[in-house]
Design a protein around this ligand. Structure first.
Ligand code: ADP
Ligand code: MG
Length: 863
């Protein structure tokens, strides 16, 4: 250490305490980085790496960014998952003895950013703090930019949990060192979030009031850890953090990350963007707060009938009140992002413009209230209650802050006339001075007779009188020369200097006083934080509901009935997103009927017929109902599902790097082990990822397992037509198929789902539609023919022995059996029947699946 200059020593000691962050070390107008940080940052930020002498024999690597344009660089680093520790000079350099004192005043991390340019308007930015307890996790989500705090518990596999966190919009994960070490690689590989360590997890008294609703000790520790991390990184108080909302598992529909992804709730699978997702369809919100709330709702559908009905009722009432709804929409347009404005106020970095935005938002409130009052229903009344109109605060802000106030708080131009007497005096002085100067030009022109005489101002010389060279002879003696230009001279007079002094003094006082007054105003607004937050929540909910109403009306959705007996009865149901993006053709509506006697549907039909669409249609309809929105159907009755599982055969793996089939099985396993009879399971061509017999066998055993052990409502699409025989052995399973017809040799999709089974796969016809080379198509037809003939004439491909030999063996075994059971036969005529049946079987003409099924049935009879 001692080899370095005192400043570098100071740098190193601060850096030692902030190993995991880029240390932005303030030096004059720059933030400088040194050593490793400099080398890495220069590369990431594409800035020049230099070096400086620091006392040791080697020069120290260094790079820097200007203080005024640092925001962009910080954004770049944070968006790439890094942290930035801002280290400022904390004493006046003029008064410092030795090295100026410096301290880290804030650590900006991906999960704690609150600046507008680092955030997405319509999305939450979450930090999560985690406590692990065996197989379970307690976790608290915090969006520092809005003050939201939510507590959850989760039980299940680590990878699914991480995926779930990503799907909730988590940008940074905070845990103890153990968690950090085990998660770090998995998480950072995805580039979706960063992992930070915070060992301390005891809850400090000052945060007690925020966690009163929590009873789970692990959750309280998770909150404790969160607050320690926030204090460590933000180094200030957070008055805007709201009490934690505990999200009870039994009050929400559980949706794991795979299902969310497969259903494209908030993001489409292919394009990875919002477009094409359910959220995209439903979003007609007018405010950023509403957009974020909608996303939260879509991600967490409810499992509480009362709340669902409450929302549905308000949607219905709003649909019925077109003009009121239009008025509400209009008013919402002038409501700014109050949640984030409040956070900035709490943080002490709200600008004058932010306060103007707050005022403008408040001005809309009384009108909004008036409108919502016209709507009947409990929810409307609740929203009305929560919306305190804050008239006096709006008036106060209006009296204090200029509508055209700047962003900068040190430039003046913030405070309105009439707010502060002293300020008005200074302003008058300045104005009078300026008026005097303005009149001076005319006055001097006539006094000197110089027509081109001008009064001007510049920063270095202040006010001056300018006379062109050709008129110099007319300049009076009382002018003092100040500056010489190429073709003019500039002068001052003692009176001008005196007025200038008054003006400048007044202006300095003005900006100083405006700054102080602004801070006072901002401080005053802080008192309203809790009630402003309530107001913001009410507005955001109103915005989401009006969005539901608008979309439901636009697309002719209907209010669903929440069924109590688990039955699904959807008449004329549609897939809302597919319907929306279809341009030329008409969407073909389909019915879905599920009940105790018909709890599983096995869906067959050619590729592209609409199997996947049909399945998702049900899931999306359920999600829409459980978030309180109308649904795309003519009539709909459906139960609340506690969970929805959506699995797609041979899906691409995003995280783990496992084989796709492994992922398919992992996902399926999770569904099979977690589903209940109140769940909805969608299995889309499960088993596709492996060889035919393998896949078919798995598919069948999965179907049987769900049928026997879970009884969840299940839709299973498959291209294994052989599976349709299961209808005979599984009483609650019904075959349906998506119809298509062959017209003049090519395939026409009808997209109509009907009971029964398709007799063909039509794979080749689909290939033909896709315009594969004619050669390939006709060759495929020939091969298919051969297979079909083989199936008729030959035995199983896996058999080694000849068909004749096989027959011999089987026949001898059968006769042995009949001999041995001679005496038994007499005892039971049922057994006799079974033996008859066995004898009559033509095993060689059966597919393996038929054989298995027959065996299963026979065995069942015997038992
Ligand atoms: P499958 O799963 O049977 O291969 P998909 O469900 O993926 O078929 O549907 C293929 C395409 O058919 C969809 O992208 C959609 O454009 C169209 N489609 C599906 N169902 C319908 C329907 N009910 N009405 C109109 N078009 C549909
Ligand atoms: Mg499909």
């Amino acid at each position: 250490m001692s080899q370095y200059t005192p400043m570098i020593q100071q740098y190193l000691s601060i850096k030692a305490a902030h190993q995991d962050a880029f240390l932005f070390f303030r030096l004059g107008d720059f933030y400088e980085m040194f050593f490793e940080d400099a080398v890495k940052a220069a590369q990431i930020l594409e800035i020049t790496l230099t070096s400086r002498d620091g006392g040791s024999k080697d020069r120290i690597p260094m790079c820097g960014v200007p203080y005024h344009s640092s925001a962009g660089y910080i954004k770049n680093l944070v968006e790439n998952g890094h942290k930035v520790a801002i280290c400022e000079q904390v004493e006046d350099p003029k008064q410092a003895v030795g090295v100026v004192k410096r301290e880290v005043i804030q650590i900006i991390t991906p999960g704690t950013v609150i600046d507008d340019h680092l955030l997405q308007d319509r999305e939450n930015n979450y930090l999560v703090s985690i406590e692990k307890e065996g197989d379970s996790y307690a976790y608290v989500l915090c969006d520092l930019s809005t003050g939201e705090l939510k507590g959850y518990t989760y039980t299940g596999n680590e990878l699914s949990f991480i995926q779930l966190l990503f799907s909730q919009g988590v940008k940074e994960i905070v845990g103890d060192k153990d968690l950090h070490d085990t998660w770090k690689n998995t998480v950072s590989q995805t580039g979706q979030a960063s992992v930070s360590i915070q060992e301390e997890n005891t809850l400090e008294d000052q945060f007690q009031h925020l966690v009163e609703t929590l009873s789970h000790p692990a959750l309280i520790r998770a909150a404790g850890r969160l607050f320690h991390y926030l204090s460590y990184t933000q180094k200030r108080s957070f008055q805007h953090i709201k009490p934690v909302e505990f999200q009870q598992n039994d009050k929400r529909m559980k949706l794991d990350a795979f299902s969310k992804r497969n259903l494209e709730l908030t993001e489409s699978i292919r394009a990875k963007g919002k477009k094409g997702s359910l959220l995209w369809l439903l979003d007609a919100t007018m405010t950023a707060m509403g957009a974020r709330k909608l996303k939260q709702w879509v991600e967490e559908p409810l499992f509480v009938k009362e709340t669902i009905e409450k929302r549905l009722q308000l949607v219905e009432n709003l649909i019925g009140e077109f003009f009121v709804r239009e008025e509400i929409k209009e008013q919402l347009k002038s409501v700014y992002d109050m949640e984030r404005l409040i956070a900035k106020i709490s943080y002490g970095n709200a600008s004058p413009r932010d306060l103007v935005q707050l005022k403008r938002s408040l001005v809309s409130v009384p009108i909004l209230k008036e409108k919502i009052k016209e709507i009947s229903g409990t929810y409307a009344a609740e929203i009305y209650e929560k919306m305190k109109d804050h008239k006096s605060l709006a008036q106060y802000l209006d009296s204090a802050i200029h509508d055209e106030a700047p962003i900068n708080i040190k430039e003046g131009g913030i405070i309105k006339k009439g707010y502060n007497e002293k300020l008005d005096e200074y302003k008058d002085a300045s104005l009078n001075g300026k008026a005097w100067i303005a009149s001076l030009e005319q006055q001097e022109k006539s006094a000197t007779g110089i027509k081109s005489l001008k009064i001007g101002f510049n920063k270095i010389f202040g006010y001056y009188i300018e006379v062109t060279k050709s008129n110099l002879s007319q300049v009076p003696d009382r002018y003092e020369r100040k500056q010489t230009l190429a073709n003019a001279e500039r002068y001052v007079t003692p009176e001008l200097k005196e007025k200038e002094r008054i003006i400048l003094e007044a202006e300095e006082k003005i900006s100083g006083l405006e700054y102080t007054l602004f801070l006072e105003v901002r401080e005053y607004v802080k008192e309203y934080i809790p009630s402003l937050q309530k107001l913001a929540t009410a507005i955001s909910e109103l915005d989401v509901i009006q969005s539901f109403a608008a979309i439901s009306e636009q697309y002719r959705y209907v209010r669903p009935t929440v069924s109590e007996n688990g039955n699904v009865n959807i008449i004329g149901g549609r897939h809302p997103v597919v319907e929306k993006v279809m341009d030329a053709q008409e969407y073909v509506p389909n019915d879905i009927c599920l009940n105790r006697e018909r709890s599983m549907l096995l869906i067959t039909g050619p590729n592209m017929a609409g199997k996947s669409t049909y399945m998702r249609q049900l899931a999306l309809t359920s999600v829409m109902m459980q978030i309180g929105c109308f649904v795309p159907a003519e009539e709909a009755e459906l139960p609340m599902f506690d969970q929805i599982f959506t699995r797609i055969g041979a899906a691409d793996d995003l995280v783990g790097g496992q084989s796709t089939f492994m992922v398919e099985m992992l996902e399926t396993n999770f569904a099979l082990t977690s589903a209940t009879e109140n769940s909805l399971i969608l299995l889309d061509e499960i088993g596709r990822g492996t060889s035919t017999y393998d896949g078919m066998a798995l598919a069948q055993s999965i179907i049987e397992f769900i049928h026997e052990k879970i009884s969840a409502k299940t839709l299973f699409s498959t291209h294994y037509h052989e599976l349709t025989v299961l209808e005979q052995s599984l009483p609650s399973l019904k075959n349906v198929f998506v119809s298509a017809v062959e017209e003049k040799g090519s395939l026409v999709f009808l997209h109509k789902v009907i009971d029964g089974q398709a007799d063909k796969s039509f794979g080749i016809q689909v290939a033909e539609l896709a315009e594969l080379p004619q050669e390939v198509i006709s060759r495929a037809k020939t091969i298919l023919q051969t297979y079909e003939n083989q199936e008729k004439n030959e035995s199983l491909p896996i058999q080694e022995v000849s068909a004749a030999k096989e027959e011999e063996i089987q026949e001898s075994q059968l006769s042995l059996f009949t001999e041995q059971s001679e005496s038994v036969r007499k005892r039971d005529s049922k057994e006799l029947d079974i033996i008859k049946e066995l004898k009559s079987l033509n095993v060689l003409e059966m597919t393996p699946l038929d054989a298995m099924n027959t065996l299963y049935k026979l065995q069942k009879k015997l038992r």
